[in-house]
Design a protein around this ligand. Structure first.
Ligand code: BGC
Length: 756
């Protein structure tokens, strides 16, 4: 918003200057005037400050340190190396510092003991909550509930700012279509449209409407760019993709984050078409800063400037500093190539002072907008730290978000919800009684605050229900295990709940895997349990799509529970026993088999689409498996059922300068109320470049009473249908479009309209 406003204000000013004298009466609104005055005041302040800064101090602002707190290196000690750097103004930002006490002490050094008193900016990996840990970002995306996602980020910002943090390295907005990649857990899944809306919601949540408030923090959209497209799903791996794919798929959520005013971006580790993202002027300068008008700053990823050498892009660290700075990388995280080499590069005329000044101005701009020049201790409020962490309100919101993130994958014969009074209930699985449910990047979450699944179930059932628990088997054992205890427990039970999947540490950074089926002996145990012929529910825990074809075929009820944060057990029990009707929908496709990945619904067609002639072997297909997902993007069941009918458009033609209304009747045909995510997809049937078989273009999450019918309406304009044409122009061409509406990307109604 801030950004858009600024562009508008500057745009207006430019227009004013260009207009003939008599037309100069065009006036700015009061808000625009106020904004303009603020910008002018800030620019005067920054001009002044920049004039006073030495080159070394400027490069200091471009350096982010990870402090060494070992006893002989304590940075608070003026004699330590870190302490000296701080006092000489050789550090602009610090990361991984949290807590009012320590942030106050460090800020005091910067403000009182450096020559120009420039405050530090403290960054931290707050990815899905700080103390009140919410579900994994991928799980939150499954809610398709933008206001709940925004609220989750808002609460994270409140807690982060209460602990002295100004800047969160979040949202992670990388599109991920390869389930092997461990970091798929940190983003919003496979789809750029959904990803862009979630990126905006998270930025709004973190930054609020005014960055200078003491409970808002600056967001960092990461990892710019295309980090999720690493070859073969391996972390940090090279990315090679067309500019069209880059822009239409991978950049869209970043663009959305910038439009929402994200103050910073983080460059990614990977190369993009041969050039490392951290020194990629096409990405950083041309697209981000010039085309999108981004006026915040870009930070590298952890040592990614130094890594330019290992990439084979820079000969040495000196070279790396020069290449990154010239490409528009404003701040270096952790490694010291800027601090050690940049000055010499400027003196040698290899990096211009203009480049340095621009980077520093961007960094100081964000510090200014955070209000740090006005009050550097704004975020050092010990009272807030005491009263605003893990509050009952935050915990309630975490439970609510966790409930919304759960996806019901299968529910044959209404196996779920379970009765609370159920006789003997067996809960089996190593993760059932585990506190390790925060998932990767758990912030400062404490496992003792986690409600394990077993605890949640115990709290929910009636006093008559007896809970029997067995650890079952190890998660990842490679040797056969003894199932006797688990089977004994199962034998006694009236109902069995199997908790299965991956552990929290199996997704996240550097956790790429070549197998995505349920690890170890868990499935073998499940098969033995199923032989007993008792009713079984499987709860999946995981941060990536798992391939579960056997479970999908044989187990009557399957619930996707991801890693749901501190309220895991309570939220799962809410769904299991029907206090909450699940409404989550997958933000990512679940393949049958690892051999299908990358798998995503919005693929291009081929000249030989399988669907046209399913029995013809000379079609685009696998000889030994289906092409389809077991559970497609957008999929998720409810305890009620929804019927879609009567899909129609208000006119056969969408005029180039008009809009078209698409309506569908959705009826809750089941016995209870529930929420449904009504999804709209389109296909451009022929164009100067081939278009995907389906693209999400709208959705509405709506509540229905039992028996209720709603007419759900979407409006599309030609702009919603834009893409990069054969000449890389962002536009839409006239022609026939199919519009699909349904409760997931596979089961849809469809109709056509013309665009001309
Ligand atoms: C990750 C980033 C993270 C940074 C700082 C890197 O390894 O890729 O996502 O923000 O470390 O912890």
């Amino acid at each position: 918003m801030r950004n858009i406003l600024k562009i508008n204000v500057l745009g207006c000013l430019f227009l004013l200057m260009m207009l003939p004298v008599q037309a100069k009466s065009v006036s700015l609104s009061t808000t625009e005037k106020v904004q303009l005055e603020k910008e002018k005041k800030m620019n005067r302040f920054l001009d002044d400050l920049l004039k006073k800064m030495t080159l070394e101090e400027k490069i200091g602002q471009m350096s982010q340190a990870l402090l060494d707190w070992s006893p002989d290196k304590n940075p608070l000690d003026p004699g330590s190396d870190g302490g000296k750097d701080l006092r000489l103004g050789r550090v602009g930002s610090i990361f991984n510092v949290a807590g009012v006490d320590v942030s106050y002490k460090l800020q005091k050094i910067a403000v009182e003991e450096t020559r120009l008193h420039i405050p530090l900016i403290f960054g931290f990996d707050v990815i899905h909550g700080l103390k009140t840990v919410f579900p994994l970002p991928l799980a939150e995306a499954a809610s398709w509930d933008l206001s709940a996602i925004e609220r989750s980020a808002r609460i994270a910002a409140v807690e982060a700012s209460a602990m002295g943090i100004h800047w969160v390295f979040s949202p992670m907005v990388d599109i991920a279509r390869d389930a092997r990649w461990g970091r798929i857990a940190e983003g919003a899944g496979e789809d750029p449209y959904l990803g862009a809306l979630i990126a905006k919601a998270r930025v709004r949540g973190y930054q609020g409407d005014d960055l200078s408030k003491n409970n808002t923090v600056v967001a960092c959209a990461k990892h710019f760019a295309a980090y999720g497209a690493g070859i073969a799903g391996r972390d940090y791996n090279a990315v090679d993709l067309s500019e069209r794919q880059l822009r239409e798929v991978y950049l869209l959520p970043f663009k959305a984050a910038v439009e929402a005013g994200a103050g910073t971006l983080m460059a990614s580790f990977n190369t993009v078409n041969g050039i490392p993202a951290s020194a990629n002027s096409f990405l950083l300068r041309k697209i981000l800063k010039e085309e999108w008008g981004f006026d915040g700053f870009v930070v590298s990823d952890f040592e990614s400037v130094k890594e330019l050498v290992a990439h084979g892009y820079a000969e040495n660290e000196k070279d790396a500093a020069r290449l990154a700075a010239n490409a528009g990388l404003d701040m270096e995280m952790k490694s010291n190539t800027y601090r050690n080499e940049l000055l010499k590069q400027v003196e040698a005329g290899l990096v211009s002072e203009k480049v340095i000044n621009e980077a520093v101005r961007r960094i100081l701009t964000i510090k200014y907008r955070l209000g740090l020049f006005e009050d550097p201790y704004r975020y050092c409020d010990a009272n807030r730290e005491k009263t605003e962490l893990l509050t009952p309100e935050h915990i309630r919101a975490a439970r609510d978000m966790a409930r919304k993130s759960i996806v019901l994958l299968k529910n044959e014969n209404n196996t779920l919800p379970l009765k609370k009074d159920i006789g003997k209930l067996a809960v089996i699985g190593a993760l059932a009684d585990s506190h390790d449910m925060l998932g990767c990047w758990g912030g400062l979450g404490d496992q003792k605050d986690v409600v394990p699944i077993l605890q949640g179930i115990k709290a929910a059932v009636s006093p008559n229900t007896e809970i029997l628990y067995s650890h079952g088997c190890e998660l990842e054992s490679k040797t056969p295990e003894d199932f006797t205890e688990a089977l004994n427990v199962a034998r006694q039970a009236d109902q069995i709940i199997m908790v299965m999947g991956e552990s929290a540490g199996m997704t996240g950074e550097s956790q790429s895997r070549i197998r995505i089926d349920i690890p170890g002996n868990q499935e073998a145990l499940l098969k033995e349990v199923m032989k007993l012929g008792k009713p079984v529910v499987v709860l999946l825990t995981n941060g990536r799509p798992l391939s579960i074809p056997w479970e999908a075929e044989h187990v009557p009820a399957i619930v996707e529970t991801w890693f749901l944060g501190i309220q895991t057990g309570n939220a799962i029990a809410d769904v299991l026993f029907g206090d909450c009707n699940p409404s989550g929908k997958l933000p990512v496709s679940f393949p049958y088999n690892i051999g299908q990945v990358p798998l995503y619904y919005s693929e291009l067609s081929t000249g030989r689409p399988k669907a046209e002639k399913p029995d013809d072997p000379f079609r685009s297909r696998y000889a030994d498996a289906t092409n389809d997902a077991v559970y497609p993007f957008g999929y998720g069941l409810s305890y009620t059922t929804f019927e879609y009918s009567n899909l129609r458009t208000d006119q056969p033609v969408l005029p180039m300068k008009g809009s078209i209304k698409i309506s569908v009747d959705v009826k809750n045909t089941g016995n209870c109320s529930g929420e449904e995510v009504v999804q709209l997809y389109i296909r451009d049937l022929s164009a100067s470049v081939c278009r995907p078989v389906k693209e999400l273009k709208g959705f509405q999450k709506l509540f229905f009473e039992s028996g209720e019918t709603k007419t759900v309406q979407f409006v599309l304009t030609p702009e919603n249908l834009n893409y990069y044409d054969a000449n890389m122009k962002w536009r839409v061409e006239p022609g026939t479009f199919t519009v699909f509406v349904g409760g997931n990307s596979r089961d849809v109604l469809k109709t056509n309209f013309q665009l001309n």
